[in-house]
Ligand binder design. Structure first.
Ligand code: NAD
Length: 260
């Protein structure tokens, strides 16, 4: 039962995170939004979650690369809503270069945002979940949590690490009413991927449309982008009672990318 629970979604000012926040709010969860962006736009998003879904919505400006910000965000959520029931670790960034050219500060930023942030949120959230004997933790990993691609050394390492983190947390919380899973999407058309398509089109002198088709065909047998709303619906299922014994899993939603 999701109604009346509190869900925190990191990186929910855009893309997949925003779709997950909407999907959980539609089920009646109060929402903590987080992520970067224009203040006025973020306030519009927060107010529309409250109005459209008749739930409470807070916004936390916590920077997921900063452990103190993260601890403060979890503490504030528990104080404002009385509990943090559903934790969605979604904030993520990408950087593309060969390993020998990969800037050290980009490695640090990708690992901090895509991996360490989830350690910090989970570390702070699990005591409250254990106490109430109920919790759902969902880590948005990637097909790149299971297989590699060139030029994405930090992203692939961080997402593989996130799948490992998921397994350990699932084992440690298995008899506390808590589940912890990773969702591993293939290509989802969000600003994160649009940037990569635009850069490729610019570099090769092709059109954005052609590059979008190419990027799909290179990796996925199914030549379709997964919709952010599909990941929202998947998340709702993992929070339901029907999914109470699904834990420690890395669940693909990827047009058969990792089936190959
Ligand atoms: P996006 O760029 O649309 O959204 C990323 C969100 O993270 C934004 O809200 C942004 O503000 C936030 N964010 C970034 N750095 C942050 C920080 N330091 N602190 C707080 N918030 C921060 O990207 P998206 O495609 O929606 O990606 C969401 C997640 O899904 C990421 O973890 C990504 O790796 C993963 N993913 C995406 C795809 C895809 O094809 N788009 C595929 C697999 C996995």
């Amino acid at each position: 039962m999701i109604k009346g629970k509190t869900a925190l979604v990191t990186g929910s000012t855009s893309g997949i995170g925003l779709a997950i926040a909407h999907a959980l709010a539609r089920e009646g969860a109060n929402i903590v939004l987080n992520g970067f962006g224009d203040k006025t736009e973020i306030e519009k998003i927060r107010a529309s979650v409250e109005k459209d879904f008749r739930v409470k919505a807070l916004y936390s400006p916590a920077d997921m690369t900063k452990p103190a910000d993260i601890a403060d965000m979890i503490h504030t959520t528990e104080k404002q809503f009385g509990a943090l029931d559903i934790l969605i670790n979604n904030a993520g960034i990408q950087f593309v270069a060969n390993v020998e050219d990969f800037p050290i500060e980009k490695w640090d930023a990708v690992v901090a945002t895509n991996l360490s942030s989830s350690f910090h949120t989970i570390r702070a959230a699990v005591p409250g979940m254990k106490k109430q004997k109920w919790g759902r933790i969902i880590n948005i990993a990637s097909a790149h949590g299971l297989v590699a691609s060139t030029q994405k050394v930090a992203y692939v390492a961080a997402k593989h690490g996130l799948v490992g983190l998921t397994k350990v947390v699932a084992m440690e919380t298995a008899n506390d009413g808590i589940t912890c899973n990773a969702i591993c999407p293939g290509w989802v058309l969000t600003p994160l991927v649009q940037q990569q398509i635009d850069a490729r089109a610019k570099a090769s002198g092709t059109s954005v449309k052609e590059e979008a088709i190419k990027i799909l065909a290179e990796k996925q047998p199914m030549h379709e982008f997964t919709k952010p709303e599909n990941i929202g619906a998947f998340t709702v299922f993992l929070c339901s009672d029907a999914a109470e014994t699904i834990t420690g899993a890395a669940l693909s939603i990827d047009g058969a990318w990792v089936a190959q």
